[in-house]
Ligand binder design. Structure first.
Ligand code: F6R
Length: 223
């Protein structure tokens, strides 16, 4: 597996264009979406695609905090409306909410799986909220966030005490079933963990390392 380095703008443009191609050619395209700083440029590109009709596209977000309602400014639901959902019309937009998360994996299977999954990577090697120690066969569930993740995510909150300590997240198995995956790591603080995940040992201690076993995962690094 190769890490492709390019500018953030070019990577976002490439991924957004591949999503547009999928959406143009599939009857019911299914996207797996991430939140955080990394995918914002992809969502900006998609939001500009006024000539593309997303109204038959179904989206499944990777994760959501436990304890924040969907309209809390730091909820992932709110994030998605701010960066994408208020700009484009989709057919259905799903989050692993308290109600849906027990059925999330079957809901994804029932629409024939995720066609394109977008992923970021945490500085501890997490993908979605699958923290170090997550087994390969994990599915959508509630997890405790590690101190490292709480600290990383505190930049979005007024104080670290406000960061939720638990989240609902797709599992590694859920993510590995996606037909195509784009993993993007942006910034020099992600370089070391990305190297380890993509060229190091495949181990639950670095959850992103399982992606080495995915037949169609493309990995991008942007300065
Ligand atoms: C968010 C998610 C997380 C982030 C990761 C990187 O939905 O699944 O795994 O992708 O924490 O976050 P950023 O992009 O903010 O550095």
């Amino acid at each position: 597996m190769r890490i492709r380095s390019n500018t953030y703008e070019k990577v976002c443009h490439l991924i957004a264009s591949n999503i547009r191609d999928l959406v143009k050619h599939r009857e019911t395209p299914v996207l797996g979406l991430a939140t955080g700083t990394t995918p914002i440029g992809i969502y900006q590109e998609l939001s500009r695609m006024r000539d593309t009709n997303f109204s038959s596209t179904i989206t499944f977000n990777l994760d959501e905090y436990v304890g924040l309602n969907g309209w809390h400014p730091q909820s992932y639901n709110h994030f998605m409306y701010e960066h994408l959902f208020s700009n484009l019309t989709f057919h259905e937009k799903y989050f692993p909410t308290e109600k849906l998360y027990p059925y999330y994996d079957s809901m994804i299977d029932n629409v024939n799986g995720i066609d394109i999954q977008i992923l970021g990577i945490g500085t501890n090697g997490h993908i979605a909220f699958n923290e170090p120690g997550t087994p390969r066969d994990s599915i959508t569930r509630i997890v405790d966030l590690t101190e490292n993740t709480i600290k990383d995510n505190s930049r979005f909150f007024d104080s670290i005490d406000e960061v939720p300590t638990r989240a609902r997240t797709m599992g590694i198995e859920t993510i590995m079933k996606a037909k195509r995956i784009y993993l993007v790591a942006q910034g020099s603080h992600k370089k070391e963990i990305l190297e380890k995940a993509i060229h190091g040992e495949i181990t639950p201690e670095v959850p992103a390392s399982f992606l080495q076993e995915h037949p169609k995962c493309e990995v991008f690094y942007c300065e």
